[in-house]
Design a protein around this ligand. Structure first.
Ligand SMILES: NC(=O)c1ccc[n+]([C@@H]2O[C@H](COP(=O)([O-])OP(=O)(O)OC[C@H]3O[C@@H](n4cnc5c(N)ncnc54)[C@H](OP(=O)(O)O)[C@@H]3O)[C@@H](O)[C@H]2O)c1
Length: 336
């Protein structure tokens, strides 16, 4: 086999505020044929995720920042094109963290072969992948979800949110979903069976809208957005309610410290439990998650939507789209 070329994205400067396409550049590299113990993988789907924005800043966090002028990484699904590795055959479909590039060589570490009969391969970047596990661990391990509770979900039509809504429905919960468009609301009502949807862009008062949907209060909030959404969740929680902080996407592009939570007093007086989490701390739940998720999918209890952007050149555009709600469900880039 001869050498192959692969384009990859590098970050050339750290974004301030909303990233710009000029923050990225494309570098072409030549990959030799796989050596003994290596595979060559050509990516078919690349993931863009909100957490990548955090990695573009040079700050200490739970994961190191992206280096400048070096390949970016992230979730990807690819096909083994050449193999000199005993555990992988040509044609295998694999998930890796070697995204933001067209192709790569690997010694097999970190590659996971997937079952392409259960769902389309790109679902392993969404419902069957990291976002799905985030929903599962956040609800059960952190949130202690119980049957028939009232559950509030912000960012409810994103990759994580739509799984949260449906797991909660599978546990007979009353689900209130907050989203940014009527199309997203309709999808969640029709496909995910949520009980109430609220479009935060058009609702005159988010807090009042949630209170009207949950007259006795919310037992469990799954918070993906932060800011006003989090304040509304705290305000509408029941006494002894729980608030799971999964994400704060409304603040990821902030150029100054965001305003604090103005109703901290409610946390005290209502004796709320507010707890953040990071999915990578819960990899021990992956087998349980895959078992339960496979069961829900086979039983027709788990639906999903994807927003597929075609073309390697459109990777930054897809990533930026996450911050203006361009996606219904998981946003992925499909390579030709
Ligand atoms: N803790 C963890 O380990 C972990 C793991 C994965 C994800 N997360 C977090 O979970 C959240 C959801 O992730 P995801 O992958 O499901 O997201 P996603 O599919 O990328 O969807 C993001 C959605 O967030 C909404 N949004 C963006 N900016 C907003 C703003 N300023 N105000 C309100 N809504 C806004 C948009 O929907 P609308 O049209 O509805 O506004 C957008 O479609 C993110 O905060 C992410 O960082 C955390």
């Amino acid at each position: 086999m001869t050498a192959t070329t692969s384009r990859e994205y590098h970050l050339v400067r750290r974004p301030v505020g909303l990233p710009a396409t000029a923050d990225f550049t494309v570098v072409t590299r030549s990959l030799p044929a796989p050596a003994s113990g290596e595979v060559l993988v050509r990516n078919r789907f690349l993931s863009v995720d909100p957490y990548m924005r955090g990695r573009m800043m040079d700050v200490k966090s739970y994961v190191p920042p992206f280096a400048l002028n070096a390949p970016l990484d992230g979730g990807a699904v690819g096909r083994v094109e050449a193999s000199n590795h005993p555990d992988f055959a040509v044609g295998d479909t694999v998930v890796s963290m070697l995204g933001w590039r067209e192709a790569y060589l690997s010694d097999g570490k970190g590659l996971i072969r997937i079952d392409p009969t259960l769902a389309p391969p790109q679902a392993y970047l969404g419902t069957l992948g990291m976002p799905g596990l985030t929903a599962y661990a956040g609800l059960f391990v952190i949130g202690g979800l119980r049957d028939k509770e009232t559950v509030l979900v912000s960012g409810a039509a994103g990759a994580v949110g739509m799984v949260v809504c449906q797991i909660a429905k599978a546990r007979d919960c009353r689900v209130i979903a907050v989203v940014g468009s009527d199309d997203k609301a309709q999808w969640l009502e029709r496909e995910a069976g949520v009980d109430v949807t609220i479009n935060y862009r058009t609702a005159p008062n988010l807090r009042k809208a949630i209170a009207a949907a949950a007259p006795d209060g919310v037992d469990l909030t799954f918070e993906n957005v932060g800011g006003d959404h989090l304040e509304a969740a705290i305000a509408t929680s029941k006494t002894f309610g729980r608030v799971v902080i999964c994400g704060l996407i409304s603040q990821y592009n902030a150029t100054e410290a965001p305003a604090g939570i103005r109703n901290v007093r409610d946390i005290l007086t209502k004796r709320l439990t507010v707890r953040g989490f990071i999915v990578s701390d819960h990899n021990d739940r992956r087998a349980d998650f895959l078992r339960d998720m496979s069961g829900w999918i086979k039983a027709g209890r788990m639906k999903w939507s994807e927003t597929i952007v075609d073309g390697f050149d459109r990777m930054p555009e897809a990533f930026l789209g996450l911050f203006s709600g361009k996606n219904l469900g998981k946003m992925v880039v499909r390579l030709g």
